[in-house]
Design a protein around this ligand. Structure first.
Ligand SMILES: Cc1ncc(COP(=O)(O)O)c(C=O)c1O
Length: 416
């Protein structure tokens, strides 16, 4: 007798990233020399989850009545204003002059991704992803009954615009619709950040296709605050959205997890933009419905933090100063990793910013196991190994690169 329904019966996360992370954590407790490069969270240089003191201070200042009460499903007007000012910064005017917009508070960027996928794709639809991507996209796409198609993300260490265009056009022709997930800047897992020129060409491609079929760009900016030196720089690419002429929808998924180090708070937001008021009204109506029917409302703790931060200038300044320090720490690790990888002739995907560096390999699982035997923990992906530089300290990098180099040489060349 089957109890689970016909669609969910086969669901299985297997050993997903969080499970592998738990294994590495256990190994670290057992042997201190363990390098745990599995965690997609910013750790300090002594291996503790980095705490943004400025954010903890804000949390301490909020009257707990504000988060003991139910928040509005969409986060409420103060949140909607605060999140738009935070996400768009000095591009907000340009965005508001050009687009109709909607906001819905969500449990993390995951909630925002789910709201869009569950409302805009269904059985028979196909979502476009790069060949290397955050693995949870696949589970989300599967859970709404759709499938995905991939394009080769790189050509000679730059974004492969030709393959992107070819696959996007193919999906539009086959399914009469196009839904694309673009994770930028500081792409998980490669650390690639699109140039303005590349982003502009992507937008133009989608805008052209949007004259023929409905196009939805899911723009996952989970790591936006680990890119660029200033808030102005990290938001520069939003100005390119102005070139959109059609009614295509840009659905921005924001994550408070990385930006504020509040992974467990589940703070996030969906911001929808389109030139069509009708499409934005519809988006607001259907995503609020879905949110209510799924998680009811998002945690009020994160909503209250965002509301306070964007309405208390001094607290906000403290946060910006702290963010600069955290970014600098991560940049140092990234620069060091790339330098040593280059010296050791370890070939990596083109890393620019963010939490992860990824190495293309032939036998990821065997390499993962060989490294684990040497007390080095990484994440095996499809034909790649992901190293979370967010979760290691600078002095571990030489040993980590050497171990990677040795295992890859030993296993990949043995299997040739
Ligand atoms: C690319 C990407 N998008 C979205 C998310 C989801 O983040 P959140 O914790 O806000 O749900 C993650 C989390 O690791 C991620 O790596």
């Amino acid at each position: 007798m089957d109890y689970a329904n016909i669609k969910t019966r086969k669901y299985d996360l297997g050993e997903d990233i969080l499970a592998l992370g738990a294994k590495a954590k256990k190994a670290k407790l057992e042997a201190n020399e363990t390098i745990n490069a599995t965690i997609g969270a910013m750790m300090d240089d002594v291996g503790q989850l980095y705490e943004f003191k400025s954010i903890s201070n804000v949390f301490g200042r909020i009257d707990n009545k504000t988060y003991r009460a139910y928040p509005s499903i969409d986060g409420g007007p103060v949140f909607k204003d605060a999140i738009k000012r935070f996400v768009f910064q000095n591009q907000l005017k340009l965005v508001e002059d050009n687009f109709e917009s909607m906001v819905c508070a969500t449990p993390g960027a995951s909630g925002a991704l789910y709201l869009v996928l569950s409302n805009y794709v269904t059985d028979g639809d196909m979502v476009l992803l790069p060949h290397i991507h955050w693995s949870n996209y696949k589970e989300m796409i599967k859970s709404v009954g759709a499938t995905y198609q991939t394009y080769q993300m790189f050509k000679e260490n730059e974004f492969n615009l030709d393959d992107f265009k070819q696959k996007a056009t193919m999906i539009a022709e086959i399914t009469k619709k196009l839904v694309v997930i673009l994770n930028d800047p500081a792409h998980n897992p490669t650390g690639y950040s699109l140039s303005k020129k590349e982003f502009k060409t992507i937008i133009q491609t989608l805008d052209d296709l949007s004259l023929k079929v409905p196009v939805i760009l899911i723009y996952d900016v989970a790591y936006i605050d680990y890119f660029g030196k200033t808030m102005e720089e990290s938001r520069e690419k939003f100005a390119i959205l102005e070139t959109i002429k059609s009614n295509m929808i840009t659905a921005i998924a924001f994550s408070g997890s990385k930006t504020f180090g509040l992974y467990g708070f589940r703070l996030g937001a969906l911001i929808g933009l389109s030139r069509s008021k009708h499409l934005i009204d519809e988006m607001s109506r259907i995503t609020t419905f879905k949110a209510r029917a799924t998680w009811s409302c998002s945690p009020a703790t994160g909503i209250s933090i965002m509301n306070h931060l964007m309405n208390h200038e001094l607290d906000y300044e403290d946060y910006l100063n702290e963010l600069s320090y955290v970014k600098e720490t991560l940049n140092k690790r990234g620069t060091e990793f790339v330098k040593i990888a280059l010296m050791s002739e370890l070939s990596i995907y083109p890393y620019k910013d963010g939490f992860f560096v990824t190495i293309p390999v032939e036998n990821p699982v065997e390499i993962y196991e060989d490294l684990a035997n040497q007390h080095v923990f990484v994440i095996p992906l499809d034909k790649a190994i992901r190293v979370a530089i967010s979760s290691i300290c600078e002095k571990e990098i030489p040993r980590l690169v050497q171990a990677l180099k040795n295992s890859i040489e030993k296993i990949d060349s043995y299997n040739e």
